[in-house]
Write a new protein. Structure first.
Length: 90
């Protein structure tokens, strides 16, 4: 079993209304914030024999479902899994 972390971010030049509202709210609270970017992160446990196989599978997941290639960039990182820390799906 492997665990990957996938992060989805907007490509440069795409409007991020959630980030803009968050930045404004933080400024209203007195924080010296110039910009906030919002991203999504997924932690995925999957069956893979190697790190490279896990990355390949996660890249395919992004291309087929998780990321919109028109507006999103994504990154994949293999995480270390400690013995006994993974959960069985229902």
């Amino acid at each position: 079993m492997k665990r990957v972390r996938v992060e989805i971010k907007l490509k440069p030049g795409h409007f991020d209304p959630e980030g803009d509202v968050t930045a404004k709210s933080l400024r209203d609270l007195g924080f010296a914030v110039s910009k906030v970017g919002v991203s999504k992160a997924y932690t995925i446990d999957l069956e893979a024999k190697s790190d490279s196989e896990a990355v390949e599978a996660a890249n395919a997941m992004c291309k087929k479902l998780l990321a919109n290639p028109t507006k999103d960039n994504f990154s994949v990182e293999v995480l270390k899994v400690e013995e006994g820390t993974h959960r069985e799906g229902k």
